[in-house]
Design a protein around this ligand. Sequence first.
Ligand SMILES: NC(=O)c1ccc[n+]([C@@H]2O[C@H](COP(=O)([O-])OP(=O)(O)OC[C@H]3O[C@@H](n4cnc5c(N)ncnc54)[C@H](O)[C@@H]3O)[C@@H](O)[C@H]2O)c1
Length: 319
Amino acid sequence: MRVLVTGGAGFIGSHVVDELAKKDPEVVIVVDNLFLGREENLVGASEVLGSKFELVKQDCADYPLMKKLIGNHKIDVVFNWAVIPLPASLEKPLWTWEQNIRMTQVFCELAREGELETLIHCSSSEAYGSGIGGAMPETHTLDPKTSYAASKAATDHLVQSYIHTFEIDASIIRPFNNYGPRQNEKTYAAVIPLTIIRILKGEKPIIHGDGDQTRDFVYVTDTAKAAIKMLESKNTRGKIVNIGSGRETTINEVIEQICSIMGYDGEIERTDPRPGDVRRHQADISLARQLIDYEPQVSFEKGMENTVDWFTKKFEDED
Ligand SMILES: NC(=O)c1ccc[n+]([C@@H]2O[C@H](COP(=O)([O-])OP(=O)(O)OC[C@H]3O[C@@H](n4cnc5c(N)ncnc54)[C@H](O)[C@@H]3O)[C@@H](O)[C@H]2O)c1
């Protein structure tokens, strides 16, 4: 296995690299321009892999560069994990859209040209928009609410179009809300790291809107393991596969859980709903169970404890 991971210095991508490292690959190349990714996320994997590992700090939307890199390292598999995240799309909608499209089109083309054998592309539950009628199967309508979500839906369609027209060997994993160690807690941070850091700094947690909006929270190592199984299981080719916990949790419940673990009983700041916020998200994970024998391993309670511990230690070390 000779693998390239785009966005591999980021949150989920770095856990994918950790899982790959356990599989004794011949080579693992991470391409990340460190827009939000961090080299420190790859310390463990780079120690395990030694000279089989390289971090290339470049733009993965650069087609000539990617062609050269893939050719030089005889890459056969690409995990396409790089992204400009949802919060960025609220400030820079067009840029987010363009970047996310560009990053995927490069690998569709390289797959079409036979430069790589297999593409595992990362989608997002945001492509669905708000859930209609409980747990959402992969056949749920796509109704993206932000330019980020639109870019995720569009790139899924792009990969699928290459599968249909050019028979590229590709699978699409569609994770719901991930949380866990290494999630970005600074610019463009998501609710869980943001809340933990605010409490650590002595600030009030913030809830946008009424807090009854729901998400399906999945612990990051469950997603990373599923990504490897997507590669290993040929029966996922040409398919989109949801990865979540199968459980719906309100933002109010998430904040309560964090406050309880951290012993915070102060005020909660309530503010305006975030534009483009989806109302309900719950994954139907039957297809993942069927195709890759997927079962979430880390409970929400345990995952939240690990996450709070990890951020607390990081915060104390940085102080
Ligand atoms: N975090 C979630 O809850 C979640 C949920 C569903 C899907 N996803 C998907 O998972 C994937 C990874 O998301 P994440 O949460 O780990 O985000 P992240 O921001 O932590 O990681 C993305 C990485 O991409 C890198 N990147 C951005 N532009 C780049 C470019 N032009 N060239 C090279 N690298 C570039 C960033 O530096 C970063 O390290 C994305 O495809 C995202 O859509 C995430």
